[in-house]
Design a protein around this ligand. Sequence first.
Ligand SMILES: C[S@@+](CC[C@H](N)C(=O)[O-])C[C@H]1O[C@@H](n2cnc3c(N)ncnc32)[C@H](O)[C@@H]1O
Length: 352
Amino acid sequence: MLTPAFIPALAGPADCLAVVQRTAESAVPGWWERVFQRLTNKEQGGEGEEREFYHESVLMEETIAALAPAEGKIFLDGTLGGGGHSERLLQAGASVVGLDRDRDALRYAGQRLASFGERFRVEQVNFSEMRSVVPTRSIDGVLLDLGVSSWQIDQAERGFSFQKDGPLDMRMNQSAGETAADLVNTRSAEELADIFFLYGEEKASRRIAAAIIREREEKEFTTTLELARCVEKTMGGRGRKHPATRVFQALRIAVNSELDSVTAGLVAAQEVLKPGGILAVITFHSLEDRLVKQFLKKRSVEFLDRPEWPEPRPNPELAWDLVVRKAIAAGATEITRNPRARSAKLRIAKKR
Ligand SMILES: C[S@@+](CC[C@H](N)C(=O)[O-])C[C@H]1O[C@@H](n2cnc3c(N)ncnc32)[C@H](O)[C@@H]1O
């Protein structure tokens, strides 16, 4: 405990800070690091240089242990983001091809990891198209850390957040495809309700879609807060979660065709991995996790059986061995440090 008598005994402000840090750390491990980073919105970039905070990687140790990077190995990071996972692969002596749809991520991570020279390269490519970037059976490990980064959510002008006013955009690739505003202003009530129900598992999907149609007859939606307020009005008061959480998740998935990319990305990973290569996928909601789980399950059983068959038959799609049967979740310490890790699940499989 800090006592008034104790504080004057300290030599200066730096000492006070150190005491606060020690006290907080003993109460909740990782607390200080997190608060300091958020307060200053900066992170150390090495060599005494400071960078803006971009993203805190989740399930780092578990992912790196699964991928087992080493000199001479080649990895494909399909979701480069701030480059946190890639950095660890590179530090272990491996080479990394980093993909992202978002040019901001490529610029940030490209600069951050430039010191690794020829062992690191970046491409603005959807991971579903990884076959256009690396040859078949050439890669030792593929990492997909799905969804959006903290940076993308924090930038109001990207339109991902229902808490910050910005254009209703939500595109990961800022220069291609329809925005969330395009969907909200042009789709029928049925189409919007389907998006909210299928991609947001929103039970009030029809009611929200009808409210959007009514409101857009007066004025088209252009900003995130206009949409968030419309959903809030329709749903009544706030619970633990903001009432627009599911609608924003659904629109983001629809705008970026995220589930289609995951399915195509898994098929592509199967082709680019060498035999014995590792696939590690981190998901953040049940829709993504279900896709990954079912994909791997279907392709990792050796024999198929049906009542009408006299005996089980070899599975023609067999291509993977599950490294872990159940998805790996973040531990309590990581969740305390980074609440975003709460919903993260890591699935790992080895290519046959
Ligand atoms: C959760 S962040 C990755 C964070 C990263 N692992 C790190 O440690 O900093 C997800 C990133 O993947 C990108 N992304 C999501 N889906 C993608 C796709 N289909 N193809 C390429 N990049 C994608 C997003 O733009 C975002 O930058």
